[in-house]
Design a protein around this ligand. Structure first.
Ligand SMILES: [Zn+2]
Ligand SMILES: [Zn+2]
Length: 378
């Protein structure tokens, strides 16, 4: 296989280009090299290259993988079909859109279009995974234990008893589809629908496999290692292409979706890539200023409280928040709300000092009462 070029370079966009720019750039270039418009040699390859770059960079998950691990990261996780599957080519070419299906032929189509005939693909599966904020910060490796339908080992997924085979459906002659001619005032139409006899599979089972009762699949336990990228948030969804239920009779597998929940951390509130925390500081430290130690998601750091800080001040620790999902080298900030801690019970000495302080402050400053003045007074 030839070495692939950099996706960003192919589309002529910067590494941090926003989605709409990637789409606009792809649209412009793809229309130029679209095989229906450009018959020059090499245009078709160029068009495929552009489309692959767009399919990856327009998908957060695939783009994240590509940014971190390059082509290898994407190619290891996704088949060529999966790279295109789910990519949003919808409104890019207007009525040229349908050309994609014929152009990429057996690629499974775009926008999750399924083959209309043949055995149905395996179902998509869902796995709920709970992480701590620290896991979300660092990224995590998890071994998922799942029970999922796997191809039956006895019949190799055919559903037929050993030594027998499925026979071709007599109604559709193995095509899985049947045609009906209908006449109307506009002329005669041919309608195609799935064969009812074989449910579109084109074959019939005479002797079902004893192991799977002809289903072609059995439930099996599997361990699956997943890598959760740093920066995932509560509600993030990771798609593992081809890790869903097995299909029957050679149909493709479904996908596995990992739904991430991030357990709330008592120390922080999360707002995208930013974190919010609060710290209670007594009056003396607020007035005098002090550097205090405060915990962040990756260890303690010094926070400087400037002299004369008032309660309610929001201090910012730049780059001490969460990593961005697609660019883990970039981090949000940690905002710290400064609150006033008022001692509940005072020691004798504490009380003396407090009284002394009160008298001292009273001498140099009036208490901040707001005095109402009657406006009609003359
Ligand atoms: Zn079987
Ligand atoms: Zn049939």
């Amino acid at each position: 296989m030839s070495t692939k070029r950099d996706y960003y370079e192919i589309l002529g966009v910067a590494k941090d280009a926003p989605k709409d720019q990637i789409k606009a750039s792809y649209r412009k270039l793809a229309l130029k090299f679209h095989p229906d418009r450009n018959k020059e040699a090499g245009a078709e390859d160029k068009f495929k290259e552009l489309s692959e770059a767009y399919a990856v960079l327009s998908d957060d998950e695939k783009r994240g993988l590509y940014d971190r691990f390059g082509h290898a990261g994407v190619d290891q996780r996704y088949s060529q079909e999966d790279i295109f599957r789910g990519a949003d080519f919808g409104d890019i070419f207007g009525n040229l859109g349908s050309i994609f299906e014929s152009f990429f032929g057996g690629m499974g189509g775009f926008g999750r279009q399924r083959r209309s005939s043949g055995p149905p693909p395996g179902e998509d599966l869902r796995y709920d995974l709970e992480l701590t904020l620290e896991d979300a910060f660092r990224g995590a490796k998890r071994e998922l234990r799942l029970r999922r339908p796997e191809s039956c080992e006895e019949c190799k997924g055919s559903g037929a008893r050993r030594g027998t085979s499925r026979k071709t459906c007599g109604v559709c002659h193995g095509r899985g589809q049947v045609q009906h001619a209908t006449r109307s005032v506009f002329g005669s139409f041919v309608q195609v629908s799935n064969c009812g006899q074989c449910q579109g599979t084109g074959t019939l089972l005479e002797h079902p496999c004893d192991e799977c009762d002809g289903e072609g699949r059995t439930m099996q336990e599997r361990n699956l290692e997943v890598e959760i990228p740093p920066g995932v948030d509560d509600g993030s969804r990771l798609r593992l292409g081809g890790e869903g239920a097995a299909g029957v009779q050679g149909a493709p597998r479904g996908d596995l979706y990992v739904f991430v929940t991030v357990r709330p951390d008592p120390r922080f509130r999360r707002d995208g890539e930013h974190l919010l925390a609060a710290v209670d500081v007594d009056y003396a430290r607020l007035a005098l200023g002090e550097t205090i130690s405060i915990s962040t998601v990756d260890g303690d750091v010094d926070l400087e409280i400037p002299p004369g800080t008032t309660p309610g001040t929001r201090l910012r620790l730049k780059g001490k928040g969460m990593p961005e999902l697609r660019r883990p080298d970039r981090r949000g900030d940690l905002f710290v709300d400064v609150r006033l801690r008022v001692p509940g019970k005072l020691s004798k000495r504490g009380r003396e000092l407090m009284e002394e302080l009160r008298d001292e402050l009273a001498a140099e400053d009036k208490p901040g009462w707001f005095r109402f003045r009657r406006t009609k007074d003359k």
